[in-house]
Design a protein. Sequence first.
Length: 78
Amino acid sequence: MKTAVSVPDDVFQSAEHLVRRTGMSRSEVYSRALREYVARHAPDEVTQALNDMIQAAGESDASFSTEAARRILESDEW
């Protein structure tokens, strides 16, 4: 999809430098940057994926936490 956006001159110049240095297209640089930004700002999706994985393994969040805490305490010298 094509879109038009405005970016500060310094950001544009940095992106242009990256384009020249890496040989990627400008579109690829901006797409990758936006994809990374969106991923970093979607922590609920990461949390949900981890919760789904734990549930698929047949354990509740509480039993996982309890077991992890038990192992840590057992390995530590008191």
